[in-house]
Design a protein around this ligand. Sequence first.
Ligand code: NAD
Length: 290
Amino acid sequence: MTARIIDGKALAQQVRARIADDVAHLRAEHDVTPGLCAVLVGEDPASKVYVGMKHKATEAAGMLSRQIVLPDDTSQEDLERTVTDLNADEEIDGILVQLPLPDHLDARRVQELITPAKDVDALNPYTAGRLAIGDPTFLSCTPYGVLEILEHAGVEVAGSNVVIVGRSNLVGRPLSVMLTLKGRDATVTLAHSRTRDLGAVCRGADVIVAAAGQIGLITADMVSPGTTVIDVGTNRGEDGKLVGDVDFDGVVEVAEAITPVPGGVGPMTVTMLLQNTLEAARARRGLPRR
Ligand code: NAD
């Protein structure tokens, strides 16, 4: 049987419409417009595209979107001053420093400087620590998007075996923590490049989340019938087209449900950045969630 295709683009549109509605309400009731500032250093073409996408989505949601573009040879001191100024900027609720930074800059130090109340990308170690002790502030956007997709698709994670392939601080590791929090209650296996017999590990899964950055890593023989497969991978194929980590054509014949690339997790990542910015704007003013 062919798997159900989970449409991340349609879900993203739905969630973004709800966020725009919440923003309009916040402005009407409290005279508050949530503001997001992206900081981009250098000319990396992919980073420019990502920042441009985030800018468009932020404006479309009715939020203030600011961009600061710094030259390639920006010093650590200047970048840190930019972040410190944004920490104190009343108009700005969320700060995003687009990665990767040029090699001479220390990304970790910059992330640590972002004040936790505005850490909408959730990469500050404080934010990660709060998640690790089960008392999260912001959830990092890609794993947050995966949670929303699973919920929307009606996939019950409580008590299920979830195999996450990839243990990065950006995707796999925070997702493993989110899924094991009380209330979500999944049993998680966090697989990585040193995992022995990945196929056997995956065959025991009710849900597989592929986040390794390896084209075609997850093949049909690694997937048991009934499994939901979420493909986070965003890779450029030889023809320049976007492809995931999952051999879609093979796995779609076996799985219960599957996200495509593009049109799966990607649109939800930007959406959850908007959600975090909205939450930051409310929390900074002591307003409850709507
Ligand atoms: P990363 O390189 O930081 O981490 C990759 C992880 O995969 C590592 O933990 C590594 O151990 C594991 N891995 C690599 N090869 C493996 C193999 N053969 N078997 C098992 N595990 C293996 O990457 P990342 O930043 O976490 O990104 C992962 C993928 O997700 C990339 O394709 C990236 O472009 C994509 N991504 C997509 C979004 C989105 O919004 N859709 C957001 C972030 C990352």
